[in-house]
Ligand binder design. Structure first.
Ligand code: MG
Length: 251
């Protein structure tokens, strides 16, 4: 069942998601060649706990860390490690979830480590813009797969492919709530969107083919062709006045 959230609940979700945005901002400033993904994880955990919230991913289905850190050909769900140090030219997807006062926040960015290749920069930009395009369609009365298609259209138009195996999701008093939000689909089909729905939209876009492998750790999803992948995510509320991004530093 899809829960429609009241204004009071959306404000609670906004507080959790603003914290996520602030943690991502802090991490963005910490990303540099030589830092380990475990060090980034520690920064995030201390910040979240220090602000009276709880890391939402830690312990979720047994996931061992606060962040998902996914480098280069890793798509999502990479596990932070002391042994994994960032290198000049890498791209890293950082996904953060928190629970504050019973309400969840979830967002992700992919950031460059130092100077990156032109194709990597283009992949980041196309993925970020594909998320913006999906958000722009998140109005009451629209159909869910119209959002999905706007991600797919923008990615494929730019010669990239859309991951099929992982999807965005509703979010609220659980980290993952219905509906599932694929990043591909037929416009004008799918769930009818209503004011009060809160969605975590998260395009995962690959440089090469869309196919995925999961590594032996049981978590890390990588591109089968080992080419690059990027991931951006925002939590948004659908309101009578259109989409409201909750995981932002603005306003
Ligand atoms: Mg998510």
């Amino acid at each position: 069942m899809i829960v429609l959230r009241s204004r009071r609940e959306i404000e609670k979700l906004k507080a959790a998601n603003r914290m996520v945005a602030e943690v991502l901002e802090l991490l963005k400033k910490s990303v540099r060649p030589g830092i380990s993904t475990a060090a980034l994880d520690k920064i995030a955990e201390e910040e979240i706990v220090g602000r009276g919230a709880r890391p939402a991913f830690k312990g979720y289905a047994g996931f061992p860390a606060t962040l998902c850190t996914s480098i280069n050909h890793e798509i999502v769900h990479g596990i932070p490690s002391r042994k994994r140090k960032l290198k000049e030219g890498d791209i890293i997807s950082i996904d953060v979830g928190v629970c504050l006062d019973g309400y969840y926040g979830d967002a992700a960015i992919t950031v460059p480590v130092g100077k990156i290749s032109n194709v990597a920069r283009n992949l980041l930009e196309v993925t970020r813009v594909s998320l913006e395009k999906a958000i722009a369609r998140a109005w009451p009365g629209e159909r869910l797969h119209t959002l999905s298609y706007s991600v797919q259209e923008h990615a494929e138009k730019n010669g990239f492919s859309v991951v099929r195996d992982f999807v965005g999701h509703g979010i609220g008093t659980e980290l993952h709530e219905p509906p599932q939000i694929p990043n591909y689909g037929r416009p004008g089909t799918g769930l009818l969107l209503k004011s009060g729905m809160v969605l975590a939209i998260e395009p995962m876009i690959n440089q090469g083919s869309w196919e995925v492998d999961v590594l032996a750790d049981g978590w890390t999803a990588v591109t089968r062709d080992r080419k690059l992948s990027a991931h951006f995510e925002h939590t948004i509320a659908i309101t009578d006045d259109g989409p409201e991004i909750l995981s932002t530093l603005e306003d």
